[in-house]
Design a protein around this ligand. Sequence first.
Ligand code: IPM
Ligand code: SF4
Length: 457
Amino acid sequence: MAKTMIDKIWDQHVIKGKEGEPQLLYVDLHLLHEVTSPQAFEGLRENNRPVRRTDKTFATMDHNVPTVDIFNVKDMISKKQIETLGQNCKDFGVRVADMGHADQGIIHAIGPQLGLTQPGMLIVCGDSHTATHGSFGSIAFGIGTSEVEHVLATQTLWQNKPKKMGIRVHGKLPKGVYAKDVIMGVIAREGVAFGTGYGAEFYGDTIRNMEMEERMTLCNMAIEGGAKMACVASDEKTYEYVRGRKYAPKNMEKAIAHWKQFYTDDESAYDKIIDLDATKLAPFVSWGTNPGMAIPIDKTTPEIKNSDDQKAYDYVHLQPGQSLKDVDLKWIFFGSCTNGRLSDLKIAANILKGRHIAEGITAWVVPASRTIKETAEKLGIDKIFKDAGCEWREPGCSACLGMNPDHVPSGIHCASTSNRNFEGRQGVGSITHLASPAMVAAAAIHGHFIDIRKEAI
Ligand SMILES: CC(C)[C@H](C(=O)O)[C@@H](O)C(=O)O
Ligand code: SF4
């Protein structure tokens, strides 16, 4: 029977149990952040257990960290979570990219950046966007705090195998259309629950032609469509991306020979296939309060079909039949584990170069990691943003979610390169419009969205 890449990796990680029942899996990499780990470490302490494999565990602080004056954490809960993770890592001997550390950043940015994320691995983290790491040809998914404790204690995890979905994407992406639009387009068409119960694999020539950081964006946001995990089979681009990084395998040729076995035999191996013609895609912008409530920029907001739509319209202060080009934007956020990497910042900076953001707009640029920030500074990218009137800040989750001081004020519309537009996500009453870095950069200049394919920036 034909197998998918997820089948092949999964099978190699089963310690115990049959398919169709919960199976005990071996975990190759366990990533931690300060929000979902405190009780897990507490559980170990109560039972007098050590961390089983500190060499397969890596932690950082990202959600609660301020992005200016980073050591001055004013919020008491944030301060406690940050300090607790630092102390736990010390007590249990876990590697940590602590506050201000050169490797600090959003956990999903630093895994790939440090070469911790590798093909063929089974990777978990107490965070839903762990799917990002699947872009390296691995199995990667988010887990809950009690599971974090189980993995810390045993380096294993009980799981039911998900069903298998293939997302075939073919054709050349039109100018002005990016990986973000591919995934937003899929979720807008299929809904926020189409992936429930599935592990998804993206494949097709569009995916092969994407760079690694574009594939990361794709897998990162796939969980907003309900998928348990998302992945892209590894290839030469993957191997070259991993090569030479801090924790990359020393013997790359041997590693690559191992990684090459993890591919899907043929399409008959999937339980379900979704097909997307990339040539027909337009830049997407979200209008409502979940990532599926999104439309191509040249369309108008949809009719009200149910109470969810009504509730969303009430919250975002919009109506059916409106163009998102007419929404007055006052806030701009470049960042997050979806689109806060160097390639994303470069795209935005290219658009902002020699221009200025519209009057009355606040624009935050938050690189996903310190390394990304420093690399961008070496390239003069920070200067482009600053000259354009943006604030260049320290790394972290920032305004992707309101767990740190970076809040979008109530009632304000924010164009954001992040992944969630839930009610209050960026702060109480904040209104989020998700889009690609290029669309957000153009919106910053005009004070409203424009169709970057057709209109002069
Ligand atoms: C805080 C954390 C548990 C959460 C997640 O799991 O995704 C956060 O990262 C988010 O993006 O909402
Ligand atoms: S950047 Fe946003 S989506 Fe990513 S881990 Fe942080 S809060 Fe979650």
